[in-house]
Every structure is written in C-alpha cells, then in structure tokens.
Design a protein around this ligand. Structure first.
Ligand code: SF4
Length: 380
C-alpha cells in the first residue's frame, strides 16, 4: 500500500474510527485509546502510542496515518488573539483564528476553500469556490491550534473551549465532513467540547438545516443581515432560493428539536452604512424575530478593497442596538480583536490559491463565539 492510500485517522468520526478498528478485529476501546492519543495528546506517530501493542502499532503504521494540514504561519496579536495560516491538500490556504476571553477561548474554523454563495459584503464569496475541506482538514485546524498551545505553553491544558464555524465557507454545503468534525469536537475521547460551545453558522441552506438536527444538537447562528427579503436578496443571494420565512421556520424547527428547550439561535447582522442600518430596519428586525428564540449579534462591517460598502457610524450602531434592546432582545455588538495581525472580523487573509498570494481582507460575519452574549460596547 502506498503512502497516499493510507487511511488518515485524523478526520474519522468516533463511529468511523470504531468501524476501522472493528475491521482490524480490534475492540472498541482501541478506537478510544487512539482517539485520545491523536486529539487529546496531539500525537501523530503510532510508535508513541504506548498503550497499544507493538504488533498493532506496526500494523497501523503500515495502513494508516495521522496527517494534519500543514501549518504555514502562526501569528499572535498583542491582545492574545492567534491566527494560523494552514495549507490544505492542493496548495490552497485557509485560516483559523483563536480569540481568548476572560472565561473561554474561541477558535473560528473554516469549512471550505472559498465560498460559492457570493454574499455582497464578503470577499470570500468574491474569490469564488474552490473545494470542500475534508473532515481531517476541518478538525485539523483544532488539532493544530491545540498543539500550538501545548508546544508554546508546555502544558496540555485545553484552552480552546469554544469552536465556531465562521471562517471561510458555508458549513451546511459541506455537510458530511462538517458533521464528522463536529462529532469529534463533542466526543469525550477527542475534544469533549460542550454542544453549547460549538456553533455552526449558516447563511440559510434550508434543506440541510432541516437535516442538521438529525445529526447533532450544537448551537446555531444564522447570518441574516437584513430584516426583509428585498434587502436580503441583495446581501445574501441564497435568500432568493430560501427566503426569510422559510429560513426562520427551519431555525425554529431545529431549536424545537433540541432536547434542551431553552436554547436560542444567534442572529448575525452585519451593519453597513446606509444599507441596512436604519431605525426602521431595527424595528422590522424586532418584529420579524418576535416568535424566534434568538439573541442578536451586531457586527460593524469591516471595509475591504473589493467592496464599496462603508462601516456603520457609531451613532447608527448604538441606535440600532438600543431599539432591539428596548424591544426586549439581547443584542450585543461584536468587539474587534486581533487587529494588528489582520484577525479581526473581516480581516482574515484570503490566500486561497497560488494566484491569490496577496493578503486579501474579507468580511466574515463574526469570529468570536456567539453561543453566549459577549459584551456590550458602552456608548461613546
Ligand atoms: S458570508 Fe459566508 S456564506 Fe456568504 S459568501 Fe461569505 S463565506 Fe460564503
């Protein structure tokens, strides 16, 4: 068997890893042991897995491998934000960003190289779609981040407490690989994250959102960005296929299917000057969401070179927030982190292929975890 034919165990979900060992005639606990070595200890060599028999280690080395994506660059901001540029198979690069906060550390991961959905405020969409990431390339972002903390800090203490799918790509368009990666994030023999602390953010791929609840019960964020179809059709073109009413019905269905009935969705709303930032938009949004268990995350647009949109004024931003709060919503404003390493919202480098070797700013929805309200920016 050649190197390329080896099974990469890094991206196998717990069920698939068990099936792999069952085929070898090994018991279930072997899969759990190997998972712990890979995901909890950051080991990528079978010979280091000391609680496996030597013959099994030799066998595994013949037929399998643990192959993370390649770490190209790691940057650390003065505020503790870290950013990793990661090369995936084929040479394209994606980024993962870690944002430390007082009681948690949030990793933002990518699910695709580029994106096909072409939201008007997002430069990832302008770069077009290249391909889906494999499950190994998705979980590999978490593996590399966790490993970098171990290497830097000299301890195995888990510092990534939250993961958000808010990097490049629409996660629901890479459904199977994203779900496999989520299962690893939640598995006690892998990363053991709480379902509340893993958040999938979608622009509204309704048929797949309808499927999601059959596979997982992680937190949900919705990139809404507009309070009506006419405006959302401009900003988030997939809305023409799955309009707001259909999307919100699907969101309510997902929430209703969760075992914990008190969960809510986070509604992401990027505020763009003169486009969707008026008081009437805020009031329309409040009315629109009246029967959707939700909290609202307001994100000031970060300008980038390929866009004519402008950042919302602070006055409009706080007025918008206040209208929502007065209507009874929890509404937060995203704070900027990692500005000095271009890791703030909308500043991830979009080096997606060999033709695009310049640092491209693009506007992503949010970077930090939104499964809980973050903090208010106090008025000026
Ligand atoms: S905002 Fe999200 S869904 Fe829209 S183009 Fe960008 S990455 Fe794709």
């Amino acid at each position: 068997m050649s190197q390329v034919d080896k099974v990469n165990l890094l991206g196998l979900s717990p069920a698939k890893l068990e099936a792999f060992f069952a085929e070898l005639g090994e018991k279930r606990f072997r899969a759990q042991q190997v998972s712990q070595w890979i995901h909890q200890h950051g080991i990528d060599q079978f010979e280091q897995m000391s609680n496996l028999s030597k013959p099994l280690r030799i066998k595994l080395a013949e037929i399998a491998e643990i192959r993370p994506p390649e770490l190209v660059q790691q940057l650390e901001s003065t505020d503790g934000t870290r950013k990793w540029l990661i090369r995936v198979a084929g040479g394209s690069c994606v980024e993962a960003v870690f944002i430390p906060e007082k009681n948690r550390g949030t990793l933002c991961v990518s699910s695709q190289v580029g994106c096909s959905l072409d939201c008007s405020f997002c430069a990832t969409g302008k770069q077009g779609f290249q391909r889906d990431l494999t499950a190994a390339e998705i979980i590999g972002q978490l593996w590399l981040a966790a490993k970098s903390f171990r290497d830097l800090d000299g301890q195995s203490e888990r510092v990534v407490s939250n993961v958000v799918f808010m990097g490049m790509g629409e996660p629901l368009l890479n459904f199977d690989n994203v779900v496999d990666a989520i299962h690893l994030m939640l598995d006690d023999h892998a990363y053991g994250l709480s379902k509340r602390r893993v958040t999938l953010s979608t622009s509204g791929v309704v048929p797949m959102l309808d499927q999601l609840g059959k596979h997982t019960d992680v937190s949900l964020a919705v990139s809404l960005h507009a309070p009506n179809d006419a405006l959302r059709n401009e900003l988030v073109p997939i809305n023409k296929k799955y309009p707001i009413a259909m999307l919100l019905a699907s969101v309510k269905g997902y929430l209703a299917g969760l075992p914990d009935k008190h969960r809510s969705a986070t509604i992401e709303y990027t505020l763009i000057d003169g486009v969707n930032d008026r008081p009437e938009h805020a009031r329309e949004l409040a009315e629109l969401l009246h029967d959707v268990p939700s909290k609202i995350n307001l994100i000031p647009f970060n300008p980038f070179s390929l866009s004519d949109y402008r950042r919302v004024s602070n006055n409009s931003l706080y007025r918008f927030r206040d209208i929502l709060v007065e209507a009874g919503y929890t509404a937060t404003i995203r704070t900027t982190r990692g500005d000095d390493i271009d890791a703030a919202c909308g500043q991830l480098a979009g080096m997606v292929n060999d033709r695009t070797r310049r640092s491209e700013r693009y506007n992503r929805d949010t970077l930090a975890d939104i499964s809980e309200p973050v903090r208010f920016i106090q008025g000026e």
